[in-house]
Design a protein around this ligand. Structure first.
Ligand SMILES: [Zn+2]
Length: 83
């Protein structure tokens, strides 16, 4: 976070938008590649600090490999069955 403030001698260094990585930036979810980590789904094992990666029909914790399956009807239901 090297944000230069009041730099008179800066010149045109292109468009460099220095956005502070605040909490507003990823308030709802975090998208990295094709992995969407929703903020409202956290790992019950790792705690509220670890978010689960959403897959096609399941959400997986990248840390402890916790898998939570979800059906179309009840996607909020916790199912830990392995297929
Ligand atoms: Zn976990």
């Amino acid at each position: 976070m090297a944000a230069k403030k009041g730099g008179a001698k800066g010149g045109a260094k292109g468009k460099e938008k220095v956005k502070k990585e605040g909490k507003k930036l990823s308030a709802l979810y975090e998208v990295s590649g094709e992995t969407i980590t929703r903020k409202n789904r956290t790992c019950p094992k790792c705690g509220p600090g670890m978010f689960l990666a959403k897959h096609k029909n399941r959400i997986v914790c990248g840390k402890c490999q916790y898998v939570e399956f979800m059906s179309k009807k009840e996607e909020v239901k916790e199912e830990t069955k392995e297929e």
